[in-house]
Design a protein around this ligand. Structure first.
Ligand code: SAH
Ligand code: SF4
Ligand code: F3S
Length: 451
């Protein structure tokens, strides 16, 4: 059968974004080409997220959109991948007659073979087994595109923490680290293909290698090896769990020139009793001492976090503790969510679920406070000069280029000069906006060759 086009739609976290990159590469390996026109595609891939009820429902509205496409093209193959696929398994085939392939999170590598089989035989398939062999998880590098500067690199799969609200251990399986040499090989390959910034991915990156026992190296050893790669400019990592984020990681961040001054350290709640029932395995004061140590050794570091409001049993006082935590730590940015009950998680059966109205109100209060804090940070940066790794060349009528600071702030800036992608340039900040900074290229920085 002749190859055709594929359309891919992605929900969820960076890990899912990276899985979609891998699936795209796999489709291209069997000569399918990407289309942005979902109505004419021969294969549609929906890469799903199950983290909250709302994320999960998106798959059904997406499927609804493809009902007519299938009528117009009975040969259309519809694949549901990602965490909803893993969670629902064969039930998804029953829930929607539109689905041809349910592809679990450990089965990505099977995509090309399954697509070809379905196109030939019009069978419906569920592939959702968990693999015990990290090598066969389908994780592999994706060839960087032209002008691509930043890349993800998966260092571990899954999570064994079982926070009481979270589906990830069920949808991604237990923590499994990739061998160090395999990661380094991929990093070298990315850099030799033009990548300047690598973001290490895992649900709990600071626990890297612990599951490998004596055969493995730890997270700091991994950072050290990556820091030695010539041509690589920046190293980021996400996500850190506060229980595994320690002085060693802080020292590594402070001493290694390529490791960026940004940490995403989800606190979830500012109340000890809620942290305990969330099974987060740290107290508020332990968390605070880590932040103190970080600010002590890396005063300019940006700190971001995740917050859940309305966890079962969260009283007004518990919520006030979260608000005062935000006020005290003053994060650069936060991601905040209303608690959403998830199947199979421990909190599903907890008593005292908080009403939707209260959750809504608490989330609004969190937003209001954090917007103020983020805006103040961004305003305080006006008139300063920052270092930006350029990711996009100037485009549009005003010639806006863009990139990020080492502290992960997005900077859009005017530049009369093109061909800046991949260079580190100096930008004068003109305006601090809510989610980004606006600036102007300092051309002298180019002339003086300080790039
Ligand atoms: N591994 C990361 C988080 C992955 S999920 C960590 O441990 O921090 C991303 C965020 O989604 C979580 O940090 C949490 O804030 C939020 N989240 C997870 N489950 C949730 C649920 N059931 N309801 C609301 N938010 C949730
Ligand atoms: Fe979910 Fe907790 Fe694992 Fe993060 S550490 S993925 S919140 S179970
Ligand atoms: Fe969503 Fe799965 Fe990521 S549930 S947040 S896509 S690990």
């Amino acid at each position: 059968m002749t190859p055709g086009t594929y359309y891919i739609e992605t929900y969820g976290c960076q890990m899912n974004v990276h899985d979609s990159e891998i699936m795209s590469a796999l489709m291209e390996s069997i000569d399918f080409s990407l289309t942005t026109d979902e109505k004419t595609a021969d294969v549609v891939i929906i890469n799903t997220c199950a983290i909250r009820g709302k994320s999960q429902h998106k798959v059904y509205s997406a499927l609804g959109r493809f009902r007519q496409t299938r009528k117009n093209n009975p040969n259309l193959v519809i694949v549901v991948a990602g965490c909803v696929a893993q969670q629902e398994r064969e039930a998804l085939l029953k829930k929607s007659e539109l689905v041809d392939l349910v592809l679990g999170t450990h089965q990505i590598a099977e995509l090309p073979v399954m697509v070809e089989k379905i196109r030939r035989e019009r069978v419906r398939i569920t592939k959702t087994d968990f693999s015990r062999d990290v090598q066969s998880l389908g994780i592999k590098g994706v060839h960087p595109k032209k002008n691509q500067v930043c890349s993800f690199l998966t260092i571990m799969q899954g999570c064994s923490n079982f926070c009481s609200y979270c589906v990830v251990p069920f949808t991604r399986g237990p923590e499994q680290s990739r061998p160090l040499d395999e990661i380094l090989e991929e990093a070298h390959w990315l850099v030799s293909n033009g990548i300047k910034e690598i973001t290490l991915l895992g649900q709990n990156v600071n626990a890297y290698g612990l599951d490998l026992g004596s055969r493995g190296a730890g997270f700091c050893t991994l950072l050290e090896s990556l820091n030695n790669i010539i041509g690589l400019q920046r190293i980021r990592f996400t996500t850190s769990h506060p229980k595994d984020f320690d002085e060693n990681v802080i020292d590594a961040m402070a001493s290694m020139d390529k490791v960026c001054e940004h940490i995403h350290l989800p606190i979830q709640s500012g109340s000890d009793s809620i942290l305990e029932s969330m099974r987060r395995k740290y107290t508020k004061s332990e968390y605070f001492s880590k932040i103190e140590a970080l600010r002590d050794k890396l005063p300019g570091a940006a700190i971001t976090t995740d917050i859940i409001v309305g966890f079962p049993g969260e009283t007004e006082q518990d919520f006030r503790d979260t608000i005062s935590t935000l006020d005290q730590i003053k994060y650069d940015q936060i991601f905040s969510f209303k608690y959403s009950v998830r199947p199979r998680t421990a909190a599903e059966t907890f008593p005292d679920h908080v009403s939707e109205d209260i959750k809504k109100d608490r989330l609004a209060q969190v937003h209001e406070l954090q917007d103020k804090i983020t805006s103040e940070y961004h305003k305080s940066m006006e008139a300063s000069t920052v270092e930006v790794l350029v990711e996009k060349d100037p485009s549009g009528p005003s010639g806006q280029a863009s990139g990020r600071t080492r502290t992960n702030k997005i900077v859009n800036f005017e530049s009369p000069i093109t061909d800046l992608v991949g260079l580190t340039v100096k930008v004068r900040i003109l305006e601090g906006l809510k989610h980004s900074l606006r600036g102007k290229l300092l051309q002298e920085s180019l002339n003086k060759k300080s790039i």
